[in-house]
Design a protein around this ligand. Sequence first.
Ligand code: CIR
Length: 256
Amino acid sequence: MFKNTIVRRPAKSMIDGITSAPELGKPDYALALKQHDSYIEALKKCGIEVTVLPALEEYPDSCFVEDVAVITRKCAIITNPGAESRNGETAGIRETIGRFFPAEKIEFITAPGTLEGGDVMMVGDHFYVGRSARTNEEGIRQFVAILERHGLSGSEVPLEHVLHLKTGVNYIEDNNMLVSGEFIDKPDFAKFNKILVPEEEAYAANCIWINGKVIVPAGYPAVEKAVREAGYEVVVTDTSEYRKLDGGLSCLSLRF
Ligand code: CIR
């Protein structure tokens, strides 16, 4: 069960956020704000408190708050984002996390280690960590050492094609996992009940489970149907403007 989420309002500067898909065009800021409102409503429908942080204009990608911290049952870990333009975003989250965790339960990834929360997938007390262009070997070493100090565990999953681990694979509890592309055949995930995401709906591999419900992005009917057929109540919300910046549903919140 999750009780809390933290989100950060998108900044006007998001139109200059990092993207691997410039062909999708720049986000429409007014629409992105509306979609953020709907995202917050979707979270609330799942019976969870939402802490809404103000926009940070100096950081175009700062609405993707998932990348700057990993929150576990036992501790919170402030990351060290590998994207240079995002590296300073962590300062803005420390104080907020301090409202939920005492100082001795707040840990930090430090240089030369880099790690972004989008590369971390929680499955109970185990954390899969994608080794990506943003998360390096030293970041993973520090992260796993922190987890082990707190009675948790972690393992590395190398990625080749996607930005973050959770761009392509997401655990939705009850042993069910949405998998796309390079993750379909990874031995790391062999023991899970895999829900295969078709290539044309790959963006929707990034869904989030909250307290028995699954939030699915609007416009991906095959994934929506598969999640319903797996027995979940589905909440649909549109994230088209965040997709233009490679951002999915999970990127927009911390859930704990
Ligand atoms: C970035 O490239 O950092 C942002 N434009 C997108 C971050 C997406 N975050 C995530 O997958 N957790």
